[in-house]
Design a protein around this ligand. Structure first.
Ligand code: IPE
Ligand code: IPE
Ligand code: MG
Length: 266
């Protein structure tokens, strides 16, 4: 009998996670300042348990809370979560309306608590395309938490990177017409000022769960130099320990932004 079979399934992985978790300290200046997450795999998590997909979304919501709390604890200032894409409207109407209700109800339940923890909540996406009830809630939550200076939590709902760029260009052209400035005066900074993330740093780390290795129209502009971390873990199974593992992997990356490693001359 092999030694490792004496231990329950997942023992070594949990032990490894527990050890690595200790090496991440709150406030570590080498931690990412902005983490973005494509929370994928809720449906597959439910299917594996013979449950309807909606159970996967509910289980995924618990992880949103855990990861948000962990970011606050570690002092990571920006967290962006992809909750619903402009393409997700293609799903069955029943699933879409379940998700919209889930967003509404969870905002109703957690906003007061997040507000008391000084979390500033912002929404990235085409807010006008949301059901009226949710749209109103979104505006209220943004206004209520606008002065908070704790964790910046961005929730991407009805978000698509391409549509974000199109609406930015539309506003830019309008501004150009009104103030009659030349095309040469359009700079990267000026364009970025019209994105939903205006004024926020680009993500340093992007995590995608569930084994897919694609961007799915998320933060196309902002991820130009972001470090990517892919894991097979399904979102409802992704907890703080694995989050810390992703942070550790990030700390080991060498970011060069097109330059060369510091101090290297030859
Ligand atoms: C991610 O999980 C949540 C949303 C897109 C709303 P999925 O619902 O995409 O789960 P899978 O990819 O089908 O497993
Ligand atoms: C990306 O996941 C969107 C969210 C997690 C909200 P999808 O499940 O929609 O992505 P694809 O369709 O597999 O690319
Ligand atoms: Mg998916």
């Amino acid at each position: 009998m092999k030694l490792y079979s004496l231990f329950p399934k997942g023992f070594w992985r949990r032990a490894k996670l527990a050890t690595s978790a200790q090496t991440i300290q709150p406030g570590d200046p080498t931690l990412p300042q902005h983490v973005a997450i494509i929370m994928d795999g809720n449906g597959r998590w439910a299917r594996k348990r013979d449950l309807p997909r909606t159970f996967g979304h509910e289980a995924g919501l618990k992880k949103v809370r855990e990861i948000t709390e962990e970011c606050g604890r570690l002092g990571i200032p920006y967290l962006t979560l992809f909750a619903f894409s402009t393409e997700n409207w293609k799903r069955p109407a029943q699933e879409v309306s379940y998700l919209m209700n889930l967003f509404y109800q969870s905002l109703q339940q957690v906003t007061a608590e997040l507000h008391s923890q000084r979390v500033r909540i912002r929404f990235l996406g085409m807010i006008d395309g949301l059901p009226a009830k949710l749209r109103t809630m979104v505006k209220e939550v943004e206004a209520q938490t606008a002065a908070n200076r704790g964790l910046n939590l961005n929730l991407a709902i009805n978000y698509g990177g391409r549509s974000e760029l199109v609406q930015a260009v539309r506003q830019l052209v309008k501004e150009a017409q009104e103030q009659s400035f030349a095309p040469e005066e359009i700079t990267e900074e000026r364009l970025a000022g019209y994105l939903f993330t205006a004024g926020q740093p680009d993500p340093d780390l992007l995590i995608r769960t569930s084994g897919e290795q694609r961007i799915s129209n998320f933060l196309l502009w902002q991820t130009a130099y972001t470090e990517f971390y892919f894991t097979d873990t399904l979102w409802p199974d992704f907890g703080p320990a694995e989050f810390r593992e992703a942070l550790l992997a990030y700390k080991k990356r060498s970011r060069r932004f097109g330059g060369i490693k510091e101090g290297r001359v030859k």
